[in-house]
Every structure is written in structure tokens, then in C-alpha cells.
Design a protein around this ligand. Structure first.
Ligand SMILES: [Zn+2]
Length: 262
């Protein structure tokens, strides 16, 4: 049941905005207390609007909302900027935050789950902006936490079947939700087995403490693609829909691997 209150205050992060009529916008906001909501910012594009400039994507705001009884729509009454996360953020960090936003926009969860993810997302944003090398590894760490929170944990510590060490990992099994060793891979249906290259297998060995290796790991584009693919297929499998993240595609294009020297 939705809350009976009509006027609500909370904090929120703008996930998306779309123009509405001449001067208004429709916003998708991840709120701390009321989950992911749709809100109308009336007259936000007028020069004298109190909301002018506050509704940019990734802005974290203190907000006051009005909820029409019986409706899933909210009206954004007022907002106060806590942080403009898109501002002054390096492009690769920005792209990774956008990737999380793309996932959040495609999933539906209970308000309680969103409350936990709101905190997780905030920590992720603050931290990723400080990461100099291989920030994508922090994105993966966020996804591990996200999956844990959603009860769809990935098994990357052992072979998902024999529970043996990850020394001889050669693939990822979609049905077993984890890495599998050479021996066990024979019992996995080939259409649910994703091959893992030796280099990617090496990265998985240190995955649980990847934050300690940011400046020393070598993440080339094909490794990044392999790992992204596994994370997204797992998500697609759980939610029964395809997750193709445009932002994450862009990340590979930013990788120095792709810089063409002239
Ligand atoms: Zn095994």
C-alpha cells in the first residue's frame, strides 16, 4: 500500500528527465524513502522557476513532493541541491554512474530494496569519483553488492559445482550462477556456458579484493567485455529481459586501448 501522506519530503537522485508540455519536465527519481518514482516538475523551464537548473540527471536533492491520492504520480514542489554529481566528474566516472542508472531504470523493486540500494548507490558515486585507475572494477564491485542485495549473488570464489578452487576456471555457467572448472564444465549444457579466457580467469581470482589491485591489473577491452557480459547476462537471466547498457559500451571506447595515435 502506498503511504496515505500527501506531502512528502525525502532525498533523491534524478535518474532521467523528459520534456513535458512547454515548460515542464517528467522526472524519474530514485528516492531514499519512497523507491523509484515519477514526478512532474511543473514550469521548471520558466526563467523564474524555483526548480530551474535543479533537475539535471545525477543531481542529488532534498525534495518536497505532493502525491495525489490514489495516483502513482508525484508533483515536485520544491528542491534543494545536495550535490551535482555530473558536474566536474571525469567522463569515465560519469559513464559508469550512468551505467548504474541504466540498470536502475530497467528494474522494479520494493521500496525497502530501493532504500538499501539508494545508500549503496550514494557510496558508489562518492567513491568512484576518487578512483584513478580501472574504475570499472569498482563498478563490478558495486554490481556484486547489488546482486547480493537482490538475493542473486554470483559465485566467483569457487567452482560453482564442485566448490573447488578457481585455479582451473574455464567458464561461467548461467544456470549455476558462477564460475566452473574444466572438469565440471563437461556437465554444463554448452548453451549455458560462457567461455572465460585465461586472462579473465586470472582477474576473477582476485575479484573479491579487486579494490587493492586497481593500479596493477591490466584490463584490456576484451577482458572488460567478457566480464561485463557475464554480469549483464546474469542480470538478464534473473529479470527475464535483456540488459544492454549503452553507457558501458561507451566505456570501452574511452579505454586507452582504443586511442589511435596520430
Ligand atoms: Zn568444479
Amino acid at each position: 500500500m502506498k503511504t496515505q501522506q500527501r506531502d512528502l519530503t525525502t532525498t533523491g537522485i534524478i535518474l532521467h528527465k523528459a520534456p513535458f508540455q512547454e515548460t515542464s519536465e517528467i522526472l524519474e527519481i530514485l528516492t531514499e524513502n519512497y523507491g523509484k518514482i515519477t514526478a512532474i516538475a511543473k514550469g521548471v523551464k520558466r526563467k523564474n522557476s524555483k526548480l530551474l537548473g535543479l533537475t539535471d540527471i545525477m543531481n542529488e536533492l532534498n525534495i518536497e513532493l505532493y502525491n495525489k491520492p490514489g495516483s502513482n504520480w508525484y508533483i515536485l514542489k520544491s528542491a534543494e541541491l545536495i550535490s551535482a554529481h555530473a558536474f566536474n566528474t571525469r567522463l569515465e566516472h560519469n559513464v559508469l554512474i550512468q551505467s548504474v542508472i541504466e540498470i536502475f531504470r530497467q528494474i522494479e523493486l520494493s521500496d525497502d530494496d530501493w532504500e538499501k540500494l539508494y545508500i549503496l548507490f550514494n557510496k558508489f558515486i562518492d567513491y568512484i569519483k576518487t578512483v584513478k585507475f580501472n574504475p570499472i572494477a569498482i563498478f563490478w564491485r558495486f554490481l556484486l553488492n547489488l546482486y547480493k542485495q537482490l538475493g542473486i549473488e554470483l559465485n566467483l570464489k569457487h567452482c560453482a559445482i564442485c566448490k573447488g578452487s578457481t585455479e582451473e576456471v574455464i567458464g561461467f555457467s548461467l544456470t549455476q550462477h558462477g564460475l566452473v572448472c574444466r572438469k565440471c564444465s563437461r556437465s554444463v549444457r554448452s548453451d549455458s556456458l560462457i567461455q572465460v579466457s585465461p586472462h579473465t580467469a586470472e582477474i576473477f581470482k582476485i575479484f573479491n579484493s579487486i579494490g587493492n589491485y586497481l593500479s596493477s591489473i591490466d584490463l584490456d577491452n576484451s577482458t572488460i567485455r567478457e566480464i561485463n557480459n557475464i554480469f549483464l547476462l546474469h542480470l538478464s537471466d534473473h529479470f527475464q529481459k535483456n540488459f544492454h547498457l549503452r553507457s558501458i559500451e561507451l566505456y570501452s571506447q574511452l579505454n586507452p586501448d582504443n586511442v589511435i595515435e596520430v
